[in-house]
Design a binder for this molecule. Sequence first.
Ligand SMILES: [Zn+2]
Length: 349
Amino acid sequence: MQAKLHFIARGAKLSKTAGVPPAPPEGSPQADAEKSQGKVYADLRQQVTDRIVAMLEKGSNVFRDRWSLAACRGMPCNGKTGEPYHGVNVLLLWDAAIERGYSFNVWLTCRQAASLGGQVRKAEKGVMCVFFQPAPACADAPPQKRPVGKGGVLGSEEDNAGWRPTGGLICKAFWVFNVAQIDGLPDAVSVTALTRHASTLSPVEAAESLLQRSGARFRHGFDQAFYAPSRDEIVLPHPARFHSPENYYATALHELVHWTGHPSRLARAFGRRFAHDAYAFEELIAELGSAFVMAHVGMVDATIEGHAGCLERWLSVLKRDRTAIFVAARHAGLACEYLTGAWNRDTAL
Ligand SMILES: [Zn+2]
């Protein structure tokens, strides 16, 4: 049974930042009393899902237009550590960067900005991101000392708010600011973060290298693009049939994400949870995963061809299940790491 999660702000300062009232642990007498009084606390996962559904509802090609636009700016990364953000945070930061017109996809927590000599300008609004950590043993236990995430991108405790024991994972929020919102930062912060993962290959060369090093079997000369699990091979139209080399690689990368789900690789399976929507859910993962990979190789202005999207079904899944986007983004992130991790190792020398 899916654990029910709620976001509970903790600490007046943090709550003010988040615009969420402080709340007692769910299930406590105080919480029950306040619930009976009709007080409602923000549900963090629902907030994130609502934001992403709103993105999707902006247009029928949001993944391929809006997020391709975002992807061409690369993966959002932390300005202090240079490490990329992961999962659903990539979507949240991409959308914020487009919405607000930031040219650098580099982000810092307030504390990180201060540690670099910067100051977030007054009235600037941060972008809420989320991370997960194991739930404490009991409801009244203090939150665990927050582990620093990969590259320290999780921010400090002061940059985070909300915890709730669930018997599994708790979902916590942290806020980051784009370097464009911060005064006093050394110029090197943006440049260093952006060039840390830069490749000497062009995006098309990098995509071709990634395809070759994956070891996947490709067959060309067909009308449509698809991955055939039974034969474990990727079928594509001839490259000359595509409108541009970028479109060919975007399409091939989409199919390559499907390929990572094979039992011998990431063994992606959704069980009964998404039984009726397994196809649409796998498509959502492939769209997200290929956007992540395209961002990684710096692919610009690429469109997936010969493969129909299924926006309405994605929306239906996301609206019914407020944690679905987290699951999809996690699988997409794993697929991206599976593909680019091997690629990075092989091209590091
Ligand atoms: Zn597909």
